[in-house]
Design a protein around this ligand. Structure first.
Ligand SMILES: C[S@@+](CC[C@H](N)C(=O)[O-])C[C@H]1O[C@@H](n2cnc3c(N)ncnc32)[C@H](O)[C@@H]1O
Length: 272
């Protein structure tokens, strides 16, 4: 299964399956592994970045569930792996409802497989750049009640929307659909953490995604990431490096010495 580039040309690898490969998952194909290896040759830290991001996702979902959120919209959800959103949320709120959304058909079909028979969770194929299609999707409407707080998860997905205005335009209607008490969770590959000696590698890694997948990626600065939370009440400690957001004892220790090396910024904000 391949993605399609903007020019309609087939792209053999996908971001979801490269990420799955870096997490040690089994839902990836030779093209994904080749692209994943090409990126990891330049950035041996990439599998650690994936683990660190995934750990942030788990902590954020637990935090939201403990704050009373009972339903989650996870956009750019990826291929199911240990510690999925519905599992983490239900460890706190047993009847939590979750909709997974991803552009990659394999991520969606794998999600549907593990959710088979689950009346309170579903998976939908959609593009974050088309928020109205997500908000109006019959599965989303069936499972989520937008009259009640929703946890909107945009974790490691917005860097696949390179254009800044397009990314803001995607998030705005999603944010506006949320009632007070809802939360927005974002993690994002960051340009702030890139050292001068790594910048050439970033360019080459971007090129690998550009050539092999339909979803090229784009790093953003801290102010650009903070803009996704405009008008919301940011949860302390604000937008910080991934390992710094409410660290937990079972976190990966990869970036304990230097959190900025995680190259990812993360934040959570509450709708008021
Ligand atoms: C790095 S993975 C993150 C998975 C999960 N959110 C996590 O943090 O563990 C990024 C996911 O975003 C998805 N994605 C990329 N561009 C997208 C788009 N325009 N709309 C929806 N999903 C997208 C990819 O298919 C992939 O599954």
């Amino acid at each position: 299964m391949a993605g399609v580039g903007n020019g309609g040309e087939p792209k053999p690898a996908t971001a979801a399956r490269i990420y799955d490969y870096h997490l040690g998952g089994i839902h990836n194909f030779p093209a994904d592994r080749a692209a994943g290896d090409a990126v990891a040759r330049l950035f041996p830290l990439v599998p650690a970045l994936a683990r660190t991001n995934r750990a942030f996702l788990r902590r954020a979902v637990r935090h939201l569930a403990e704050s009373g959120v009972r339903q989650f919209l996870d956009i750019g959800s990826g291929i199911p792996t240990a510690g999925n959103v519905h599992e983490v949320a239900r460890s706190v709120v047993p009847d939590a409802r979750v909709v997974y959304v991803d552009i990659d058909p394999v991520a969606v079909s794998e999600s549907l497989e593990i959710l088979d028979g689950d009346e309170r969770a579903g998976a939908v194929r959609a593009d974050v750049r088309d928020p109205q299609a997500i908000l109006g999707h019959p599965q989303v409407r069936r499972l989520l009640d937008f009259g009640e707080p929703v946890g909107l998860l945009l974790v490691a997905v917005l860097h696949f929307v390179p254009d800044d205005e397009a990314a803001q335009a995607a998030v705005r209607p999603l944010r506006e659909a949320l009632v007070p008490g809802s939360y927005v969770v974002v993690s994002h590959a960051a340009s702030d953490g890139v050292r001068d000696d790594d910048s050439g590698h970033v360019a080459v890694a971007k090129d690998v995604y550009q050539r092999s997948t339909a979803t090229p990626f784009h790093l953003r600065s801290r102010p650009q990431v903070e803009r996704f939370f405009e008008g919301l009440e940011i949860v302390e400690p604000g937008v910080v490096w991934l390992p710094e957001w409410h660290p937990a004892p079972d976190d990966p220790t990869d970036f304990a010495q230097d959190p900025s090396r995680s190259a990812g910024l993360a934040g959570v904000a509450r709708v008021r």
